[in-house]
Design a protein around this ligand. Structure first.
Ligand SMILES: Nc1ncnc2c1ncn2[C@@H]1O[C@H](COP(=O)(O)OP(=O)(O)OP(=O)(O)O)[C@@H](O)[C@H]1O
Length: 375
């Protein structure tokens, strides 16, 4: 796969002149001259259809510099399609997406500003990792010494001379990251970079991405597994069935707190809570979990739960506020969004993509059709 015009082609990182190229380059993993501003990404009303397939519908979000933003969603949610639209590799059916205020294709020196890893390393199996990077560097006009820097940065320094065909999945992911870092970019767009990494590799990736964000870069990283990114991200955009289901800090995903309550006489406690209109379910240990009503932002008041038990003369053995487990909240959110989307589709005959309700002033850049689109 070639380093394309946009430098963010399938499976390649970006190429281009790195920041600090020339004398006094920063050691691997650090920046010459300290932190540099990241690039803001803004998507407005992004919609993509492939024939009759609605991959992404009216997706709006922003990605801020100095943060790791998680792009979460189950298989087929539209993550890759959206990331490809960010990078100008797929033309939106409707809507716009800008990087630093303009479409990717209109960025000045895009190869040194944006790095991407979308489909793994994509390197020829007969080439060494180092040769693969050298080839990308040559295509992007980068100094060859940058190849060794990014090999070091991604923990591949010792394996750089080995053929990529013998690389483990985790090593291939690292090579893709190395390629993405070739241009020392301000924005990193990574599609499922944790795929194939073992727990130690995931921990390493976490530190790697946090360091990049700490340097002021913008990091957008997709995953379909919340736990993979839970400790890494500052905020998340959750996609489900091509729609944004949530956009905010991870903590907010769990919603308001409930109350975990227990009694030696659980049936009596359950009856007392029901009599007060406090719906509850059993948790894993069998205790009763009083949840806020679906969609309510108001936490359950533990005093109200205790009072309900007291009025019924039920002794309590436990009473404590509790948050919904994030993974559970994520799955429920995805499920609800998918169901709502399926219901909306059943009511709508297929037709041309709807016009966006609000059209930003940003003009759509004419782009070359991608192989994906002409297939
Ligand atoms: N080139 C294409 N032609 C037709 N349909 C496509 C194309 N690319 C994506 N799709 C469809 O668009 C939807 C979203 O796919 P996409 O790959 O963006 O999801 P994803 O969230 O990245 O999934 P995964 O986690 O499995 O990679 C899916 O239904 C997929 O089949």
């Amino acid at each position: 796969m070639a380093a394309g015009r946009h430098g963010a082609g399938t499976g390649t990182g970006t190429t281009g002149a790195p920041a600090g190229a020339g004398a006094g380059a920063a050691p691997p993993g650090t920046r010459a001259g300290g932190a540099r501003g990241g690039l803001r990404v803004e998507a407005a009303g992004l919609t993509k259809r492939f024939g009759t397939v609605r991959a992404v519908t009216d997706v709006s979000f922003s990605v801020e510099p100095g943060q790791v933003t998680g792009f979460l969603g189950p298989n087929g949610a539209g993550k890759t399609t959206t990331l490809r639209m960010v990078l100008g590799l797929v033309r939106p059916t409707a809507g716009t997406v800008t990087v630093d205020g303009r479409p990717y294709a209109r960025l000045d020196r895009p190869l040194s500003r944006v790095g991407a890893a979308l489909d793994g390393a994509g390197a020829h199996p007969g080439r060494s990792g180092r040769d693969h990077l050298r080839w990308l560097a040559a295509a992007g006009g980068l100094p060859v010494r940058r190849c060794d820097e990014v090999l070091e940065l991604t923990g591949l320094a010792d394996a750089g001379g080995r053929k990529v065909g013998g690389f483990s999945l985790g090593m291939q992911q690292r090579l893709a990251l190395a390629a993405a870092m070739l241009g020392d970019p301000d924005l990193l767009v990574l599609d499922e970079p944790a795929n194939g990494l073992d727990p130690a590799g995931i921990a390493w990736l976490r530190g790697f991405l946090r360091t990049l964000a700490g340097e002021g870069r913008t990091v957008l990283v997709s995953s379909h597994v919340l736990s993979e990114v839970e400790q890494t991200v500052d905020r998340v955009v959750v996609l489900a069935a091509g729609h944004v289901a949530y956009d905010g800090v991870l903590g907010g995903l769990a919603g308001p707190t409930g109350v975990l309550v227990d009694s030696p006489d659980r049936p009596a406690l359950a009856a007392a809570l029901a009599a007060e209109g406090l719906g509850c379910t059993g948790d894993h240990s069998g205790a009763l979990l009083v949840r806020p009503p679906e969609g309510s932002p108001v936490p359950v008041d533990p005093v109200r739960v205790g009072a309900a038990a007291a009025r019924a003369g039920v002794a309590l053995s436990h009473l404590a506020p509790t948050s919904q487990r994030l993974e559970e909240a994520f799955l429920r959110l995805v499920q609800r969004t998918e169901q709502a989307s399926a219901a909306a589709r059943r009511q709508q005959p297929p037709g041309p993509a709807p016009a966006r309700p609000t059209t930003p002033a940003q003009p759509t850049t004419p782009q070359q059709p991608t192989t994906e689109e002409v297939r």
